[in-house]
Design a protein around this ligand. Sequence first.
Ligand code: AMP
Length: 329
Amino acid sequence: METVLSGIRSTGNLHLGNYMGAVRNFVRLQDDYRCFFFIADYHSLTTHPTPEDLHGNVRKVLAEYLASGIDPEKSVLYVQSEVPEVIELYLLLNMNAYLGELERTVTFKEKVRKNPNNVNAGLLTYPVLMAADILVHRANKVPVGKDQEQHLELARIFARRFNHMYGEKVFPEPEAFNFGRELVKVPGLDGTGKMGKSEGNGLFLVDDPKVIRKKVMSAVTDAGPTEPNQTPSEPVQNLFTIMDLVSDPGTVQFFRDQYSTCSIRYGDMKKQLAEDIVQFLAPIRERYDEIYNDDAYLHRVTKEGREKARESAAATMREVRRLFGFKPF
Ligand code: AMP
């Protein structure tokens, strides 16, 4: 049976991009694959959270996963820092990961540009840790958004390199996965670019409906179409992209037609979009509080997840250690 793995950094609440790129695709695979889902708290360290924030964010994200439909009876749900085998594989993979290829990744270059005072080694080797997360369970499919495409390519390169160097096919080459085939990029509401935690433009899964309405109503648009069948500007196209994800096709077509005939009123479109987002997220928001406050449940889920994840990871590491030549005396 093929293995599916996905994870999300615990740097804050989950947003619609995380849900559409990773969580939703994962939830739909749970019945038919061997599934692992984890909270990437080590990955969150690149931004230097306080100890209180570190733990608090893991709890929030854990409750959001469960509220989104990740079922711990079907999937192994665990916290990255509770599975030390990941770090051992990260160290070993680092020995065959080269400065040039790590420096060339788009996400690294972007981080350097945005935050030149915090170019730490953890940022540089972020894709190696991500590869370790995936390879430690020998995952085949990895539900991710478009922003992770290049990291997945590196994970394949590291897997291939390892298999070649040690002469055994220990690791499958993991594929980025999305149900619609094309990986998705959910845009932000600020006109350009993707929705992201560090971009400050997120629609969060557990946002209050009032907050969602306010955010959507203040989304960037333009002065309106001036001639029939014009191609929408990026900010307007972004609203249509989000609408495609949460509204029914008839609604999207209605506003597309209005756009094509220059009769669209962005205020009406935003009102509709806000209501559709509120509806779309309602089932998640309804379950969240109860799960978040259930200490015993969260304890049980993470304990069982940790045990199963460590069992799977330890089996891989036995092979890897043998191939490296580690032996007891
Ligand atoms: P991160 O929040 O960077 O830890 O990302 C966790 C997962 O969410 C990864 O699979 C990302 O590809 C996905 N993701 C993050 N932002 C977006 C977005 N705007 N659109 C689609 N997927 C996203």
